[in-house]
Write a protein that binds this ligand. Structure first.
Ligand code: NAP
Length: 255
């Protein structure tokens, strides 16, 4: 049976790539498109909406969201309230928002996914980084993205940091008497280690986790050179959430 999918943010870089992926999969049906600034009423027979409230009477299985951090929570909440299983790539959720959405999905017995990164290599990088941090507690995260990205640090960097925090004992890194002569030079502080955000044209999505110990170093790096790198994860998410009864945070929970 085909899965009917709504794409919110279909005019954006990720949303447009998701639309192409859905069209190419015979098991998926592009049911509706949402963008507040769209002028079209339909595209190739697919209805276009500018206000999500118009979708409350609409019938679809999954809500794919690649919008902006400002509306991602509201959209995901709306999707769950209206029986659409959310598959959300938009970043910028707070911890509290995620746990509230998990509770809402459980009360409605509806599956869903919030994934800060849909690339399998990035999932592996996060897992390897958490494992390495047990043995190398001194580390820094450097995430690198294109210069149109709205939030910093990236959702992937935050998730990596959270996974590391679960296994690494707290350690304040750097010299005790360290001084920043230029504010921000040492990056953002998270549980005693630092996260740095690089924004440059030409980049897509990249992350390094650098570990240092006495006389040795370890660097883990993942690169998404192209937005297609995220699509097998989005596809898998769509097909899995229809069988689940609770939203999960991180693609690794569905692999
Ligand atoms: P983008 O090109 O700016 O696309 C976002 C689109 O959403 C824009 O077309 C924007 O329209 C539209 N939009 C804004 N408010 C909306 C609303 N209320 N309803 C529907 N659409 C709305 O950004 P992107 O590069 O595609 O990235 C989108 C999100 O995905 C970001 O949060 C990014 O960090 C994240 N991302 C996640 C992954 C992952 O693997 N999870 C990978 C890459 C990116 P306007 O431009 O007119 O405002």
């Amino acid at each position: 049976m085909s899965i009917k999918v709504i794409v919110a943010g279909f005019k954006g870089r990720m949303g447009a790539t998701a639309v192409d992926m859905i069209k190419e999969d015979k098991d998926l049906v592009l049911a509706a498109l949402l963008d507040p600034f769209a002028k079209e009423k339909e595209i190739d027979g697919v209805p276009v909406f500018t206000d999500k409230r118009e979708l409350s009477q609409f019938s679809a299985d999954v809500w794919v969201d690649f919008t902006t951090p400002k509306v991602a929570y509201e959209n995901t909440h709306f999707a769950l309230e209206n029986g659409f299983r959310p598959v959300v790539g938009t970043t910028g959720f707070t911890k509290e928002e995620i746990s509230e959405l998990i509770d809402l999905s459980a009360s409605k017995k509806i599956g869903g996914l919030i994934a800060p990164n849909f690339a399998i290599g990035a999932i592996l990088l996060m897992e390897f980084a958490a494992k390495a941090s047990k043995y190398f507690p001194d580390l820094e995260i450097i995430e690198l993205h294109h210069d149109k990205k709205k939030d910093a640090p990236s959702g992937t960097a935050v998730k990596t940091a959270e996974l590391i925090k679960e296994v690494r004992s707290y350690k304040e890194q750097g010299a005790k008497d360290e001084e920043e002569t230029l504010p921000g030079a040492r990056g953002a502080e998270f549980d005693g280690f630092r996260i740095h955000s690089v924004r440059l044209p030409g980049l897509v999505a990249h992350q390094e986790v650098i570990f240092g110990a006495q006389g040795e170093g370890l660097t883990l790096r993942h690169d998404s050179y192209n937005r297609v790198s995220f699509m097998s994860g989005v596809n898998l998410g769509i097909k899995k959430v229809v069988k689940q009864e609770q939203l999960v945070y991180g693609l690794e929970h569905l692999l």
